[in-house]
Design a protein around this ligand. Structure first.
Ligand code: NAG
Length: 229
């Protein structure tokens, strides 16, 4: 999909310029937030891959975030198959990007972002002024957590799971073991401000089919997360 590393860099620079033009005064910031919240309501989470669908969201859309991090696996021996042990990702706020563009353009942009930013190390992405909405990680009990600060906190459990499209981005620079499934997760008890999240438009994150050494495996991934209350 991407012609070269330099063209990707150029495109990212453009993107980051967009991110960094997010504003000046608190009044303007407040107005922008109101505008983009209004816009957000008109976006619809993609829930269909071929003949498979995730349940339709029931609540109000609170936020859309770009997740960038790793899916974690472990191998107990040098042979056998990797077992999933969780994930860790930064959740970047896409809201500022949706200002001043149409819903159709915004939808296109959103759906391209994961495969695009997967090509850049998280440490590089973190150095730009992309606003961080929160963090995704697993707690000691193996539950997926989404900490969005003042927006809310979701202790999640999976309710829907469909395979990513066959042509989804397989890994960094298109090379890897495939894109992790699209998911629907809901409150497992103890959440505030958010009751549901979708993980869609996944890029990378799938584990190798077999182990080659005992120990942890971290596979780079990116995805769009849609949060509802
Ligand atoms: C997953 O990998 C990250 C590195 O991306 C690490 O910081 C984190 O502790 C790991 N979490 C689990 C549950 O394995």
């Amino acid at each position: 999909m991407f012609a070269s590393r330099s063209s990707v860099l150029l495109a990212l620079t453009t993107l980051l310029t967009l991110f960094s033009t997010i504003d000046a005064s608190p009044v303007e910031r407040r107005r922008n937030n109101q505008d983009s919240n209004l816009v957000l309501n008109q976006y619809k989470v993609p829930t269909t891959v071929g003949a498979s669908t995730l349940p339709t969201p029931t609540g109000t859309l609170k936020a859309i975030a770009l997740g960038r991090g790793t899916q974690n696996y472990t191998c107990s021996t040098a042979s056998g198959t990797p077992v999933s042990v969780g994930a860790k990702a930064d959740l970047f706020d896409v809201n500022p990007l949706l200002k001043s563009i149409t819903i159709a353009q915004g939808t296109q942009l959103l759906n391209l972002l994961p495969q695009f930013l997967l090509n850049f190390d998280l440490s590089l992405v973190q150095r730009y002024s992309i606003p961080v909405l929160g963090y995704h990680y697993f707690n000691g009990g193996g539950q997926p957590m989404f900490d969005l600060g003042s927006t809310g906190f979701l202790v999640a459990k999976k309710t829907g799971d469909i395979a990513a499209p066959g042509d989804a981005y397989a890994g960094q620079f298109g090379v890897g073991y495939g894109a992790v499934d699209w998911l629907n997760l809901v409150d497992a008890g103890g959440s505030t401000g958010i009751s549901e999240v979708y993980r869609v438009e996944t890029a990378g994150g799938m584990q190798p089919p077999t182990c080659t050494a005992a120990g942890p495996i971290q596979v780079q991934y990116a995805a769009l997360y849609w949060f509802y209350q």
